[in-house]
Design a protein. Structure first.
Length: 588
């Protein structure tokens, strides 16, 4: 048991791979093509087989210092050079510098005889010399059908194909063989190349609703895991770009940093701090509610912080957006001039849905913005179904979250089932959903803004009147009337009515206050008069009391004097009689 566990922990050897240098393809193959082994690239005419193989050779020579040999069986050297010059590839210069070697092998069907002695020995000698002359690490054979186009003997054909693949492996070169798509279930016309190749890549060029889309799929890859879905790829002035779209792992890092929307009142509704950096927000509403103005305000605020922003416009040209925003006090032209704001304007029907995703991915990778705006996303409904648009946006959001890039979408809502479904599908994907609606009341149309959801943050549940002025955007404080939230002239009318009522109440209160003041003064006067009268009575009573006390003192003094002169007994009797009279008098 211990020996089994020990062997189980032993690391498995990994397959050596060669980077292609083609954007996205190395991510799909998880490191490139199998080193020292042949890879088959097959597909119909016009799908990009030759271009992909040439880019494999050129990127290897320039980026990885790996010389390469390109053997063409169909196009001549000058034709190939002219075809790829528009992509920035100078094949003749690279050949002069001995970084690559291009050779054209012409095969004439009339010269091919089906005999048992037919073989590719001459090609092997020619190819071997080309490889050894520059020390090539990469080889391309384009296209294989032309080499065997005159052969009808399947036994000879299979034998020579196997010999060719074995020869390439013996030389230790990483090879690409291109082939035309076969009929039926076969990926090539001969039906053998896909079995002897270690890696098979199928290219497809399809047209749906008059819109063309190129796709790539790795059919097989011996000895390693790889992406198995279909991937859209774009051919433009910089070559081929493939977008890996299979990542469904939701393990991206998130940020708790908040960034302003450019509207202080909206930031207050979002907990006072704005949106999360690297998060996604949706602004939806009917036409004319100010969705683009909100998005432009967000872009303006991003650039004011010194951060770059990419604005994908699907309805208006950059000059239209800049002109329109200038009328509300937002100057986007200065950010364009400073290089912080980049516009990418195109109609949805310019590409297929997947091609738009690839183009956006490439643009974002090139400019590395901190914020992205797509205005509006509902225009994609014209070229794809609701579910396809939702899947495309899922991939876009995942990519932006992985790069910690904030994104704001705008979406047009209409009173149709399709657009309602689109809006609901998109709103479930984003972190923050802001809804702008028309509020019709009192014969007017005004705008109301709602924060429908804001994941991870405290947010207001109030309806705010959204105003667009010459000085920018603003949200008016909530104003409740007898019938609910009031906007526009109804709001002003209610304010005036309440101000009039307040003035009347103030007037009534002032009159009451004056009446109370008068009564208070009368009461205070009465109290003062009673107090004076009380003091007079008190003073009179005190006077009588003092006089009585004085009389008593004089009487006592007189008694004492009489007693002293007339003797004590008579005096005592006189005193007793006097006291009795006094007590009798007091009783009376």
């Amino acid at each position: 048991m211990s020996e089994i566990k020990k062997n189980h922990k032993r690391p498995y050897p990994t397959l050596a791979k060669t980077l292609t240098g083609i954007v996205g393809l190395d991510e799909i193959t998880e490191g490139g093509l199998p080193t020292g082994r042949p890879t088959l690239i097959c597909g119909e005419a016009g799908c990009g087989k030759t271009l992909m193989s040439i880019e494999f050779i050129v990127r290897g020579a320039i980026q990885y210092s790996e010389p390469g040999v390109f053997i063409a069986f169909e196009e001549k050297i000058d034709e190939l050079a002219n075809n790829v010059a528009s992509l920035g590839f100078d094949l003749m210069k690279l050949q002069d510098e001995k970084k690559i070697r291009i050779d054209h092998v012409h095969v004439d069907r009339s010269e091919i005889e089906e005999t048992g002695e037919y073989d590719l020995e001459g090609l092997f000698i020619r190819l071997g010399y080309a490889i050894d002359s520059i020390g090539a690490k990469r080889v391309v054979l384009d296209t294989l059908e032309n080499l065997f186009s005159g052969l009808q003997n399947q036994a000879i054909l299979r034998t020579e194909i196997r010999r060719l693949f074995s020869f390439l492996k013996e030389k230790g070169v990483t090879a690409i063989i291109t082939g035309e798509r076969g009929d039926g279930s076969s990926f090539t016309r001969q039906g053998l190349e896909e079995y002897v190749s270690d890696c098979v890549i199928l290219l497809d060029h399809r047209v749906v609703n008059q819109i063309s889309t190129r796709r790539l799929r790795v059919i097989k890859y011996r000895g390693t895991v790889h992406g198995t879905n279909e991937y859209p790829f774009l051919i433009d002035e910089e070559g081929i770009s493939v977008l890996p779209v299979t990542s469904l792992k939701m393990n991206n890092e998130v940020s708790s940093e908040r960034v302003s929307t450019g509207i202080p009142a909206l930031d207050d509704m979002l907990g006072g701090k704005g949106l999360f950096r690297g998060g996604s927000a949706l602004v939806s509403g009917t036409a004319g509610t100010g969705k683009t103005s909100l998005a432009a305000s967000y872009a303006n605020e991003t650039c004011n912080r010194g951060e770059s922003c990419v604005y994908f416009a699907m309805e208006e040209s950059p000059s239209q957006i800049i002109r329109n925003m200038r009328s509300i006090g937002i100057d986007l032209q200065k950010h364009v001039d400073s290089g912080l704001l980049f516009f990418n304007a195109s109609r949805p029907n310019l590409y297929g849905l997947e091609m738009h995703l690839v183009a956006m991915h490439k643009c974002i990778t090139k400019y590395q913005p901190r914020a992205v705006i797509i205005d509006p996303i509902t225009n994609f409904i014209n070229i794809a179904s609701v579910s396809e648009v939702k899947n495309m946006l899922v991939r876009m959001i995942d990519f932006l979250q992985e790069e910690q890039i904030s994104v704001m979408f705008t979406a047009l809502t209409l009173n149709t089932i399709v657009n309602e479904q689109t809006d609901e599908g998109v709103s479930s994907l984003v972190d923050t959903w802001i809804l702008v609606r028309d509020i019709e009341f009192n014969g007017e149309r005004n705008r109301g803004l709602y924060v429908m959801k804001a994941r991870g943050m405290k947010h207001s549940n109030q309806v705010r009147e959204f105003t667009i002025t010459d000085n920018g955007l603003n949200l008016v404080e909530v104003y409740l009337g007898p019938d609910g939230v009031l906007t526009g002239s109804a709001r002003q009318e209610q304010i005036l009515l309440e101000q009039t009522g307040e003035a009347i109440r103030t007037q009534a209160v002032s009159r009451k206050d004056r009446e109370i003041l008068r009564k208070r003064k009368v009461l205070e006067s009465t109290i003062a008069s009673l107090k004076t009268e009380y003091e007079s009575v008190e003073e009179e009573l005190n006077k009588i009391y003092i006089e009585e006390e004085l009389k008593k003192q004089i009487l006592d003094k007189s008694r004492a004097e009489v007693t002293r002169f007339r003797g004590g007994e008579e005096i005592e009797k006189t005193k007793e009689k006097t006291d009795n009279k006094s007590r009798k008098k007091d009783k009376e």
